[in-house]
Design a protein around this ligand. Structure first.
Ligand SMILES: Nc1ncnc2c1ncn2[C@@H]1O[C@H](COP(=O)(O)OS(=O)(=O)O)[C@@H](OP(=O)(O)O)[C@H]1O
Ligand SMILES: Nc1ncnc2c1ncn2[C@@H]1O[C@H](COP(=O)(O)OP(=O)(O)O)[C@@H](O)[C@H]1O
Length: 200
């Protein structure tokens, strides 16, 4: 028989002597969330991994949270209905330099993550690649399946993607050409340096 006691009863907060500021001083960095949003195939995972590698090389602690990967474990109970996509995003919380890579198609979900971080440490990166480019890449063959009606509710095909209105960083094609992965990462690193997230 299941208990009627709510899951969060009889628990007490235990203060820890090492806080966020201590960790930031130790690591010589300021915690932030780099939130990468864009269509499937726009390059989110590629940018997340290239950026994670570059920060690691510089001795900065970063952790990549990727939608596709999380859906193999923590979020495997979730599908792609609007409420499931919202829950998928809600479960991602900030830690160090947290690199979050999700389609995150709805503005309200991205804004509710932004609202958790009031001090400018939510950095929204919009991979503004055209549907044509993403569909031409189609590394997993999902656009093809969606066009054939074999996947329903695919973002950009028969499900919405709400582009950011005021993101911190926009990465887009120049004359139809996408910047290289290292150029994309460099654009984010420059922002982090300029805003003082990477001391020294
Ligand atoms: N219906 C539908 N729409 C969009 N994407 C789909 C769908 N079904 C499966 N996939 C695969 O799931 C990956 C996106 O997962 P996310 O967690 O980033 O999506 S979301 O933020 O909850 O919208 C996405 O991976 P990426 O290509 O890395 O974006 C797809 O491989
Ligand atoms: N800057 C880039 N230039 C050229 N190809 C890229 C670039 N970024 C990603 N790709 C390629 O595009 C495809 C989709 O990239 P991926 O990172 O998996 O996108 P997403 O995570 O948004 O679905 C992959 O085959 C990847 O190698």
């Amino acid at each position: 028989m299941s208990s009627t006691v709510p899951k969060s009863s009889n628990i007490f907060w235990h203060d820890c002597p090492v806080g966020k500021t201590d960790r930031q001083n130790l690591l010589k960095q300021k915690g932030c969330v780099v939130w990468i949003t864009g269509l499937s195939g726009s390059g989110k995972s590629t940018l997340a991994c290239t950026l994670g590698r570059e920060l690691h090389t510089r001795g900065k602690l970063a952790y990549v949270l990727d939608g596709d990967n999380l859906r193999h474990g923590l979020n495997k109970d979730l599908g792609f209905a609007a409420e499931d996509r919202a829950e998928n995003i809600r479960r991602v919380d900030a830690g160090l330099v947290c690199i979050a890579s999700f389609i995150s198609p709805y503005r309200r979900d991205r804004e509710s993550c932004r609202a958790l971080l009031s001090d400018g440490s939510f950095i929204e990166v919009f991979l503004n690649m055209s549907l044509e480019l993403c569909e031409a890449r189609d590394p997993k063959g999902l656009y093809k399946l969606a066009r054939a009606g074999k996947i329903k509710g695919f973002t950009g095909i028969d499900d919405p993607y709400e582009a950011p209105l005021n993101c911190e960083i926009e990465i887009k094609e120049v004359d139809g050409v996408c910047p290289s992965p290292s150029d994309m990462a460099a654009q984010v690193i420059t922002y982090l340096e300029d805003k003082g997230f990477l001391h020294e």
